[in-house]
Write a protein that binds this ligand. Sequence first.
Ligand SMILES: [Ca+2]
Ligand SMILES: [Ca+2]
Ligand SMILES: [Ca+2]
Length: 139
Amino acid sequence: MTNQKEVKELGCLLFDENEDGSLDNIVEYHKDEYGNIVAISLDFDGDGVADAKAYLEYDEQGRIVKKSMDKDSDGKIDSVVYYQYDENGKVSAKYDDNADGKVDYVESTDENGKTTITDVRGRTQKIMETIKNVFFTKY
Ligand SMILES: [Ca+2]
Ligand SMILES: [Ca+2]
Ligand SMILES: [Ca+2]
């Protein structure tokens, strides 16, 4: 994030996306007793009301294993990402884009650091676009 204007305090990030001097994004973090961020609230228009939420779950090594996203802050989870780690610590991610319990995309990284995304339904169109649009990837 190059346009991050202010870090008010640990746990809250403020962004002025269009640089008009008023805050557009407020990101609020909630941490558990281990210091892991377990919930994130996003206020896209800076009106003080959260517009989207995300919830994170960790394994015993403190690595994120599940990210649940409520894109419209209505209390219902809209998409879920599952993270798996191999013995080398490499991560692969499974995206359930519509939170129906079925994985829609699998993202994996090879030994050269190249990331490939596989659509489990066999469709290749728009995958990158979809992934890019998956809520929260820029954070
Ligand atoms: Ca808002
Ligand atoms: Ca929702
Ligand atoms: Ca799905």
